[in-house]
Design a protein around this ligand. Sequence first.
Ligand code: C5P
Length: 395
Amino acid sequence: MRVVVGVGGGIAAYKACELVSRLIQKGHQVRVVMTPKAAQFVAPLTFRALTGSPVGIASEDEPEGPLSHVRLAHWANAMIVAPATAELIARLAQGIASDLLSLVYLGFRGPVVVAPAMEAEMWTHPATQRNIARLRADGAVIVGPAEGRLASGAWGRGRLVEPEQLVEALEDATQVKDLAGVNIVVTAGATWEFFDPVRLLTNPSTGLMGALIARLAAQRGARVALVHGPSLTFSVRDDLQRYPVVSAEDMLARVDQLMAALPADVFIGAAAVSDFRPAHPLGQKAHKDEVELTWAVLPNPDIIQTMAERYRHRTLIVGFAAETDNVVESAKVKRERKGLHAVVANLVGRDRGFGAGAHQAWLVSEEGETPIPGNSKEATAAFLLDWVRDHVRCH
Ligand code: C5P
């Protein structure tokens, strides 16, 4: 994205530094314009250093040369105003172009995210609410404010939402909703199979792959239910329906219920389901000297295979195959054996495959196998969802 970040003059202006930094780390191009008040809270030099580009403040400033407000408005494909103070919101709602930020706002045609921050009484005042309603009607997406401790020390609704959520809101606003109307069930993370209340069988999966797929699918307009094991620790969006489960049997029951209830158009099994569970789980902790050195296990149900048997006729079923070698060949075999429409094959090992480690993947379907470009879980999630979009309605 090419983003203009408009910084308003409130104490939360310091959080705009982290917002800009995160956007740049994610590969977006950023230009900053500040209100004169904002420049009293944070030095323009901070943003200049973060973005590598000059920062504009007054109407007559020319950070991009003559007619900078026009150049910036034409250059950007997204704009975010954070923090948006009551005064700035009022000016934007009225179209009062008294500084560079408001000039760029008026010249810009595209998605605008506005993140208010102020004392709770100012936020709930009818004047502010009128202005917010006006901005919304003009097409702006309003994010927050959040509830929490305010600058005055009081507790209430008025805090700027966290930079991470702002980035997400901005990506949301610019994302093509090409999965709108599609219902997707995603599984993620490892399952836990208890021997006794303190000992369990599991694996190193963090759930990152499934969480990324779920998050991106929701961003692309899908209705997503994420069924995940206890290892998943990532923050996921509020609009995702989350279903935490513990064991493979719990996961199977929850997935089956959702597949029928939604009903699901797509099932993506990214969970690392434990293949086995203890045959005789104990209700109480076994003392060390009582523990048998060999523990009997039973095979767990194969969730994705069960889903394929029950719903393949109407639901696109996509699995994962993590292997240390011969990954594409075994994915082909797995796809046939389990009756899946597609399998994402990925290499795993001590330092790859799990969490944020190295990532290399292929998409195996009846059309053949394709190496997935990008070598990152984000890129794999995007590639897979493109495939889903192209196959979901016609499968
Ligand atoms: O057979 P394998 O475990 O390699 O297959 C991996 C795929 O099968 C993944 O999509 C995983 O989520 C799914 N799976 C499952 N239930 C199991 C084991 C694996 O749904 N019991």
